[in-house]
Design a protein around this ligand. Sequence first.
Ligand SMILES: CC(C)(COP(=O)(O)OP(=O)(O)OC[C@H]1O[C@@H](n2cnc3c(N)ncnc32)[C@H](O)[C@@H]1OP(=O)(O)O)[C@@H](O)C(=O)NCCC(=O)NCCS
Length: 182
Amino acid sequence: MIRTERLLLRRWRHADREPFAAMNADPAVVEHLQGPMSRERSDDFIDRIERHWDEHGWGLWAVEVPDVASFIGYVGLWPADYVEPGMVEVGWRLAREHWGHGYATEAARAALEYGFTDVGLAEIVSFTVPQNERSWRVMERIGLVRDPSGDFDHPRVDRVAYPELVRHVLYRASREDWLAAR
Ligand SMILES: CC(C)(COP(=O)(O)OP(=O)(O)OC[C@H]1O[C@@H](n2cnc3c(N)ncnc32)[C@H](O)[C@@H]1OP(=O)(O)O)[C@@H](O)C(=O)NCCC(=O)NCCS
C-alpha cells in the first residue's frame, strides 16, 4: 500500500469489481483498447492482477482518492514479456469522471519509485498507440523518454478488427536516468 499526496494505492477489494467492470465497458475508457470488456473478462483481469501481486510482490494497484472516491481505476507495473523478455511497463486506466485531475501522473510517479527502489528494476517502459495522447502525455510528465527505435506492432492486437491499434510508440526510463532526474 502506498500513500501519495492525494491517493491511496492499494490491493484490490471485492467492492472494486463492479466499478472496474463499469469502466471497462465505457466506450471512452476503451477507445484505444480493443473494445468494451465483459463483466467476466473484467473479473478475470482482477484475478490475474491479484495472483501477480501474490507471486511477485508488485503489480497494478487499485487507486483510491480518500474522501472522494473509493475506487477510480488502476495504475502500476505489469509484465510486458510479449514485447521483450523481462520488460516491465508502467500503465494506467482510470474511470472517465476521474480524468483531468493529475491522478494518473501522481500514481505513476509512485509506481516508478516502487519499481526502481523496492523491486530493483533496471528499466521501466510504457507504450500506447500514437493517437492515445492522454496516455503518452502521462509518460512524458513522469519523465519517460520516447525511443522511436523501440516502436513495435503489438502482438496481442487483432490486426483485422483493429488495424489502427497495432502500431505502438515506446517510452523508456532507466533506473540511472530516473535517479539522476530526481
Ligand atoms: C490515460 C489516462 C489515465 C490519462 O488520464 P488523465 O486524467 O489525462 O491524466 P492525469 O491523471 O495525469 O491528469 C492530467 C490532466 O489533469 C490536469 N490536472 C488537473 N489538476 C492537476 C494536478 N493537481 N496535477 C496534475 N495535473 C492536473 C492536467 O492539466 C491534465 O489535463 P489536460 O490533459 O487537460 O492538460 C486516461 O485517459 C485513461 O484512463 N484512458 C483510458 C485507458 C487508457 O487508454 N489507458 C492507457 C492505455 S496505454
